[in-house]
Design a protein around this ligand. Sequence first.
Ligand SMILES: C[S@@+](CC[C@H](N)C(=O)[O-])C[C@H]1O[C@@H](n2cnc3c(N)ncnc32)[C@H](O)[C@@H]1O
Length: 183
Amino acid sequence: MKIEPNRLEIFLTKIAFSLCGKSVYQGFADRLPLNGNERVLDFGCGMGTVAYYAAKRLPNGHLTCLDISERWMNICRKTLRSFGNIIFMQCESPVFMKGSFDVVYCHFVLHDLSENELERVIPEIAKSLRSGGVFVFREPLNELGKLNIVKRLVEQNRLFPKNSRITDIPVMGNAVESVYVKQ
Ligand SMILES: C[S@@+](CC[C@H](N)C(=O)[O-])C[C@H]1O[C@@H](n2cnc3c(N)ncnc32)[C@H](O)[C@@H]1O
C-alpha cells in the first residue's frame, strides 16, 4: 500500500531537518560503520534526512535511497542534488540481488510497517546484505511490540546482534539503535 505524506507532514519534516539536522540525523549517520567505499542502502529514506549526512561519508562508495512514496522520493532527489554517489529507487516491494549491500540502515521506518510487511521486508533486507554486512536501525522505544517483532525476524534471518543502545533524540524522545551483522 502506497502512503503519500500530506503538505503539513512535509513542511514539519523540512523544518526538523533544517533546525535539528545535525543533532537528530547526523549523529546516527556518523555512527554507521563506514570506511568510505561501501555500498549502502537507506531503506525508507523519506526526504533524505540521514542520507544527506551518510552520502558525505561515502567518497568512494554509493548510497541507494529507497522509499515507497513518490512524493518523498521527489523531495529526496532535491535534498541530495549536489551528490554524485546516489542511486534513487522508488519501489513498493523491492527485490534485491543477494549480497548487494555492505550496510543497510533504517531510520524511523520499521515501527510504521505492519507485521505482514515486516515479514516481507526484513528477509529481503537480510538477503541483500553480503556475509559480514551490517544492518542498523533506529526506532522509537515506545513501540516495544513492534521492536520485538523486528528483533525476532532479524534474528530468524541470520542477522546476529552486535550492539544496541538507547539514544535520547531532541524532540523525538528515546529511541533504540541496534546493530546486527549478517553471518
Ligand atoms: C517516518 S519516515 C522516516 C524517513 C527517514 N528515514 C527519516 O528518518 O527522516 C518513514 C519513511 O518510510 C517510508 N516507508 C514506509 N513503508 C515503506 C516500505 N514498505 N518500503 C519503503 N519505504 C517505506 C515512508 O514513505 C517514509 O518516507
